[in-house]
Every structure is written in C-alpha cells, then in structure tokens.
Design a protein around this ligand. Structure first.
Ligand code: SF4
Ligand code: F3S
Length: 111
C-alpha cells in the first residue's frame, strides 16, 4: 500500500506534505509532486497536511488513475526533501476540475 498524489496538486503544489514525510519519498515536477510507491511507508501523516486534499491512500477509488502516474514520474523527477515556496497563484488553482488535461506538465522541476 502507498499514498498517492492526485489531480488537486496540479498548479497548487503547496508542499506541506514534504515537510512531514519521514522518508522523503516525494518527487517534484514542474507543477505537481508525486509519491514513490516503493518508498512510501504508508504512515499517512501527509494526507491531512495537504491544503488541496490532493493526497489519498491507494485504497481510495480516487487514486486509481493516479497510482501509475506517481510511479512513473517518481522515476524521472528529482527528489524533493524540503518544502519550497508554493506558486504565487496556488490558491487560485484550488479545486479546479480537469487540471490534468489543461495544466499538467511532465517536465521535472526547474531549479
Ligand atoms: Fe511520506 Fe507517509 Fe505520506 Fe508515504 S504516507 S508519502 S511515507 S508522509
Ligand atoms: Fe501537492 Fe498538497 Fe503536497 S498540493 S505538493 S500534495 S501539500
């Protein structure tokens, strides 16, 4: 079992999840994070920390289409061990539907 980052993270990227993860298993894309399912220890502490409610357990039906994306991009995006400054317009993207189709970026984070 693992936890999974879902669509609500896209363009929100608050990164409060990174601050609490005991095993640093988040990976950073240009505009969202993913969890490496092979590294997540299923502690669950990140789930309530996300202001966008973007993190769910893989047993949640909402995780179904996101588990593979998390595993895929955890292999190609860089690890993020510490919280950074969220995007200036993060609040404006909260709860917007269909963000994967309109706003997802497969690019890794830019330093
Ligand atoms: Fe990290 Fe725990 Fe969240 Fe997994 S469930 S990503 S180990 S904080
Ligand atoms: Fe994304 Fe929520 Fe973390 S918006 S970066 S999953 S705190």
């Amino acid at each position: 079992m693992t936890y999974v980052v879902t669509e609500n993270c896209i363009r929100c990227k608050f990164m409060d999840c990174v601050s609490v993860c005991p095993v640093d298993c988040f990976y950073e894309g240009e505009n969202m994070l993913v969890i490496n399912p092979d590294e997540c220890i299923d502690c669950g502490v990140c789930e309530p920390e996300c202001p966008a409610a973007a993190i769910v357990a893989d047993t949640d039906p909402a995780a179904a289409t996101w588990l593979e994306l998390n595993a895929t991009y955890a292999r190609v995006w860089p690890n993020i061990p510490e919280k950074k400054q969220p995007p200036a317009d993060a609040e404006a993207w909260m709860g917007i539907e269909g963000k994967f189709d309109t706003a997802f970026s497969p690019s890794p984070a830019r330093e």
